[in-house]
Design a binder for this molecule. Structure first.
Ligand code: SF4
Length: 383
């Protein structure tokens, strides 16, 4: 999720006790008065600050008049630009960045609760009341630029927000009819056909539900997600969604526990779920539980190069659209490199010194998660 935040902003004039609010960033001081309350006016130079804006963001340290809700952005937030959407907490002068127009991906975290407990979860579940996250997304959607290519909904387990799950899809369709919607879910709640029917009834023109499947048999998948019957629930969920013609992507995070079954999993998919719309074979992100369970999960992607090749060949031979995510290009067999996608969100993407001078850097190779830089392959090489 894009939720970079900073408490280091310097309040110049803030209305105390006002509730947090969501605003769209603008540099247009001529905005009609009636629209100003939902906008954060960003001014590099504080010449003459117009009235009526919900928030004024200043970038320079010069003296100025100070209308309400005026603050100087903390240095690490000075990348904020026109059309971004932020949440502002007046009492503590904190800003969360909810949407960045120039980001390569924008996802909304709608709950931290989950009914699984995956060994490598990058966002460890919390059993808390976080309904405000749904409200934040509903408030942000009308402010997002209509040309946005795609937005994501992520968790936790996104279906645990109950009826709001459908409300969010409906609101995304209403406010952003030309924007693809990518939803992450473990798929288990779709074993209830009614939920799949409700999703299909929204008739979102471009929705995809990304569902993880970590093995070709239940014991291994259930072990990885630390939940009994999860494999059966997920398979039923996928079948229900496809029965309702809802597009489904299968997401396979590859690690020490399942790499040896990768080609069997590909065979399972072509035999049983040939109708899925996309399969993403993904490298491990060393965040959350993946860090705590590092010894049992980490494997050099070079070590499963052959398994990955075999899986991609099986899937593509059967015309399943297939992508490789989160894996340095030089560790992928040359024959399947065309399936590699630069998938890492720009705010957590990095390269190593060795990448300097590589022709693939910032083009066909997506590099590394910033969190993975301390644990890298011994087989990296420039191309
Ligand atoms: S050396 Fe090149 S291909 Fe390998 S990780 Fe770095 S940029 Fe990617």
């Amino acid at each position: 999720m894009i939720k970079l935040h900073s408490k280091g902003n310097q309040p110049l004039s803030v209305v105390q006790h006002q509730k947090p609010f969501i605003a769209k960033v603008t540099t247009n001081c001529e905005l009609p008065f009636g629209l100003r309350a939902k906008h954060a006016l960003m001014m590099p130079v504080a010449d003459c600050i117009p009235d009526g804006f919900g928030l004024v963001l200043l970038g320079h340290d010069e003296p100025c008049q100070t209308p309400v809700n005026t603050l100087r952005l903390a240095p690490e937030l000075r990348y904020i630009k026109d059309h971004d959407v932020i949440k502002f907490y007046p009492d503590i002068a904190k800003i969360d960045v909810l949407f960045r127009k120039e980001a390569n991906t924008n996802s909304f975290l709608v709950t931290e609760r989950c009914n699984s407990f995956c060994l490598m979860c990058s966002q460890p579940p919390k059993d808390i009341d976080d309904h405000y996250l749904v409200d934040d997304m509903l408030a942000a959607l009308p402010l997002i630029h209509p040309d946005t290519h795609e937005i994501g909904i992520t968790g936790g387990e996104t279906t645990l927000v109950g009826d709001d799950f459908i409300r969010l899809i409906q609101a995304a369709k209403n406010h952003l009819p030309n924007t693809a919607l990518h939803i992450l879910s473990n798929g288990r709640n779709f074993k209830n056909l009614d939920l799949a029917v409700q999703v299909s009834k929204v008739k979102h023109p471009d929705v995809m539900i990304g569902i993880p499947l970590y093995a070709d048999y239940s014991q291994l998948h259930d072990f990885i997600v630390q939940a009994d019957d999860a494999f059966d629930d997920t398979i039923r969920g996928i079948l229900n969604l496809k029965r309702c013609k809802v597009p489904v992507e299968i997401r396979v995070v590859i690690h020490q526990q399942n790499y040896h079954r990768l080609s069997r999993l590909a065979e399972f998919l072509v035999r049983n779920l040939l109708f899925v719309d996309h399969v993403a074979l993904m490298g491990l992100e060393l965040m959350g539980f993946a860090k705590s369970n590092l010894d049992g999960l980490w494997i050099d992607p070079y070590s499963y190069k052959n398994e990955l090749k075999e899986a991609v060949e099986t899937l593509t031979r059967h015309h399943i659209r297939t992508s490789i995510y989160n894996t340095p290009l030089c560790l992928i067999d040359e024959s399947i490199r065309q399936y590699s996608v630069c998938s890492i969100s720009d705010w957590k993407n990095d390269y190593l010194d060795i990448c300097e001078g590589c022709s693939m850097k910032n083009s066909k190779c997506g590099g590394f998660f910033s969190s993975n830089l301390r644990k890298v392959s011994d087989h990296l090489h420039v191309i």
